[in-house]
Ligand binder design. Structure first.
Ligand SMILES: Nc1ncnc2c1ncn2[C@@H]1O[C@H](COP(=O)(O)OP(=O)(O)OP(=O)(O)O)[C@@H](O)[C@H]1O
Ligand SMILES: [Mg+2]
Length: 471
């Protein structure tokens, strides 16, 4: 018998049909991957399973009982645990307070409640060092992801749904998490894994369901399926790959000497870094998230003060793709067009001080076509886009013209194969046309594919290789 049965589910948002007549079964003790391009409907399906989103038609039965919509707590208590694509933590609370939230009896101290001690035991088992007293708004995205996962796992549960849990983890962190997923599966838990990484799918999943533009393509048994078949099912055709172009580095654009930068918590995050970066060059920096990468990027683009050392940038235009599209990259309530306009000089878009809205919209639509942002129009709020399409808006704003310096932190986070290849290609093209590129990424393949030079960041310093790492 299936643990979870989705029957003929459809869901639309305005004129966008996010899901159309989708059916699927989850078997007890299987890892079931959900695959599809950005905007295919994966997170919408997850939202429906969670009891957050109400389908227009169709039903979901969990252990033989139909889910009642509008009661996400009921779904959770029945044993269906969801980790959403975008973080749902309270930024001003500490890790312990976030974990305790909704799990605390009256008068209980959040630091001593059962949920928090269970979460910290689990973190230890997974080898995740977490400081329970850290405030969530000061954590790296990798740590945020771990807190979300811990929060979902406490108190048992028979089905775990993870919506792109490895998008911000390094290869090692991801493989730890996948080993954990496998162990839970062997204990009988059913796990749903939404991911764009086919390697992970073959590593851990038993079956995979592919969605394309809201429709079910098929469910595949992975013991007898080739990766190409899945990739083609997702995009509906062969998959393009990014390839490097041969370039000669030009003049020096960035020189950093003995740089020290503090984190939000006031401790040194960048501990003495020197580097030089030339035009037409991609310097790729890898390493585990939270080792000073974001502080380095922010100091370089001028939004964080350094405490000592020097940074010289000899270009005028700097483009910045930040690590977290939702808090630093976009204003979710504003339209796609307004988000693309952010940070541009408004002079060319105004006449007598009035924004020429029609031109702005046409321009935004043309960028949406170029960067393949899937939405009805440029006036849709950024918050209504799928995660990957939000990322494409941030990329479009930064790469529509070639900057002197591009600083990009995990620029392909959450993108599907085709969009990932397109963004990597756009970055290489920027470099080919003269940009100096500093790429900070937790994705080892990305570092190798794009970097003319590769280095790693560890405890705030640059190193040639990670100590004790198999990379
Ligand atoms: N709240 C909303 N309002 C309007 N449209 C929405 C909303 N949520 C999702 N959509 C639309 O529904 C479609 C499916 O989105 P969904 O988030 O399910 O995609 P996804 O497969 O998770 O993509 P990604 O890989 O980019 O995360 C998209 O076209 C998206 O723009
Ligand atoms: Mg999604």
């Amino acid at each position: 018998m299936a643990v979870l049965e989705v029957r003929g589910v459809s869901k639309s948002f305005g004129s966008v049909q996010a899901l159309e007549n989708v059916s699927l079964d989850l078997r007890p003790g299987e890892v079931h991957a959900i695959l599809g391009e950005n905007g295919a409907g994966k997170s919408t399906l997850v939202g429906i399973l969670a009891g957050f989103l109400v389908p227009d038609s169709g039903t979901v039965e969990f252990q033989g009982v139909e889910i009642r919509y509008g009661h996400p707590t009921e779904v959770r208590e029945a044993g269906l645990r969801i980790v959403h694509q975008h973080f749902m933590l309270v930024p001003q609370f500490t890790i312990a307070e976030n974990i305790a939230l909704g799990n605390l009896r009256r008068w209980e101290n959040p630091y001593q409640c059962a949920a928090v001690s269970e979460a910290s035991d689990l973190a230890e088992r997974l080898g995740w060092g977490l400081d329970l007293e850290s405030r969530v708004d000061q954590l790296s995205v990798g740590s945020l992801q771990r807190v979300e996962i811990l929060r979902a796992l406490i108190g048992g549960g028979s089905v775990l749904v993870l919506d792109e849990p490895t998008a911000v983890l390094t290869a090692e962190e991801a493989s730890e998490l996948l080993a954990f997923v496998r162990a839970r599966r062997d204990e009988g838990m059913t796990v749903v894994l939404v991911t764009h990484k086919l390697r992970e799918v073959f590593d851990v999943a038993d079956r995979a369901t592919v969605l394309r533009q809201g429709r079910l393509v098929a469910t595949f048994d992975l013991s007898c399926t080739e990766p190409d078949v899945l990739a083609e099912a997702m995009v509906g055709g062969p998959v393009p790959m990014a390839s490097g172009t041969l370039r000669a580095a030009g003049e020096e654009i960035v020189r950093i000497e003995e740089l020290i930068v503090e984190s939000d918590r006031g401790s040194p995050a960048v501990r003495g870094i020197g580097l030089s970066l030339r035009s037409c060059e991609v310097l790729a920096i890898g390493g585990v998230d939270g080792n000073g990468q974001v502080e380095l990027a922010e100091a370089l683009v001028g939004i964080r003060r350094s405490s000592s050392g020097s940074i010289q940038v000899s270009g005028r235009s700097i483009a910045y793709i930040p690590q977290d599209r939702q808090t630093d990259g976009l204003v979710l309530e504003m339209s796609i067009a307004e988000n693309i306009l952010l940070g541009q000089s408004l002079r060319e878009w105004t006449r007598f001080g009035i924004l020429r809205m029609r031109q702005v919209l046409e321009w935004a639509q043309s960028l949406m076509r170029r960067f393949d942002v899937r939405a009805e129009s440029a006036i849709v709020p950024a918050g209504a886009l799928s995660g990957g399409n939000q990322q494409k808006v941030v990329v479009a704003r930064n790469l529509h013209r070639v900057p002197d310096l591009l600083v990009a932190v995990n620029p392909t986070r959450g993108l599907d194969l085709r969009a990932e290849a397109a963004v990597r290609k756009a970055i290489l093209e920027c470099a080919a046309q003269g940009a100096a590129v500093l790429l900070l990424s937790t994705d080892h393949d990305e570092i190798e594919a794009l970097g003319d030079r590769v280095m790693y960041m560890e405890s705030g310093r640059l190193v040639d290789r990670l100590v004790g790492s198999t990379l």
